[in-house]
Design a binder for this molecule. Structure first.
Ligand SMILES: [Fe+2]
Length: 303
């Protein structure tokens, strides 16, 4: 979509109704799951859910996802969507479990097929793994609109962290995925396969072209040095004024130099290998082997 498209989005976002938003923070992966709903119709979307996974034992648990189930049940919500902002590298999605419990369609950005290609090759996942996005119920394209009850929603393609990242504008709120973090922490890394710091900068500037009062909800918080509490809600105005990496006045060139240097010192997320091979399958684990046990692979010296 063009810059002009962003301006159309901006005028739409300004007087948009406010959705009800509940946040569920997972301290083991620093991930925020959101349940967004329209108070009038009780229709809802769940964004970026977490399946608890202990890599040492290979065991999954549903404690985090069940908090979402309990909230949805208690509030009598009807889940239409299970949205992913991207194929996460730091946690496994609980979307299939939530779908089984609550219903809803699992959706992600259409560029996921490129991510499936890269990781399908890395994990040599042939046979049970087609690379056409068909594991998801819906693939969003840039600028695609949808509804959650009386709320207007818009999917925006915001690549850079990964090639397939999406942000979801719902009413006056934007769920930005891994683009921006809190102003005092900065931005997401751009060094995963297909990541691109210049693209991330352009995606972020696009989000920051929305009205100043637009509420931004982040996918992660790690606490910034000097801050004791986790936080995940901010505004376009606060980001433009104070984001330590991309406040107004920072050029793309300066951002790319900073991001590239910073990424060079980051280690891989602890769960990247299990997470990616499940999340590229829309949160489904590979099919069990003949003995009934499901296995995840560990590529040696390949990443
Ligand atoms: Fe991510």
């Amino acid at each position: 979509m063009t810059e002009g498209g962003a301006l159309v989005e901006a005028s739409r976002c300004g007087d948009a109704p406010r959705p009800e938003i509940a946040a569920f923070f997972d301290e083991s992966t620093y991930t925020v799951t959101y349940v967004v709903h329209d108070a009038a119709t009780r229709e809802a979307a769940v964004i970026d859910s977490v399946l608890d996974f202990d890599a040492a034992s290979g065991r999954t648990r549903h404690a985090s996802a069940d908090r979402v189930v309990d909230y949805v049940t208690l509030n009598n919500l009807k889940v239409l969507w299970l949205l992913e902002t991207h194929a996460h590298a730091d946690h496994i999605s609980a979307a299939p479990y939530l779908q089984q419990r609550l219903g809803g369609r699992i959706a992600i950005g259409a560029e996921i097929v490129g991510v499936q290609q890269v990781f399908g090759t890395l994990f040599n996942a042939d046979g049970d793994f087609v690379r056409d996005g068909s594991q998801f119920d819906h693939l969003f394209t840039d600028g695609e609109s949808f509804r959650i009850g009386g709320l207007e929603a818009l999917a925006l393609h915001v690549p850079g962290h990964t090639p397939a990242d999406m942000a979801y504008v719902i009413g006056d709120a934007v769920f930005v995925g891994d683009t921006l973090f809190m102003p005092d922490y900065g931005t997401a890394r751009a060094d995963f396969p297909g990541g691109d710091a210049g693209q991330l900068y352009r995606s972020i500037r696009r989000l920051l072209s929305l009205p100043a009062e637009t509420r931004l909800f982040l996918c992660h918080d790690y606490k910034a040095p000097g801050r004791d509490a986790y936080a995940w809600e901010t505004t376009v105005a606060a980001q433009r004024k104070g984001n330590v990496h991309v406040h107004d006045g920072v050029s793309q060139e300066a951002f790319v130099a900073m991001r590239t240097a910073r990424d060079a010192g980051l280690s891989m997320p602890a769960l990247i290998l299990p997470a990616v091979q499940v999340n590229m399958r829309a949160g489904h684990f590979p099919a069990p082997e003949a003995n009934g046990v499901t296995y995840l692979k560990l590529p040696v010296n390949a990443v």
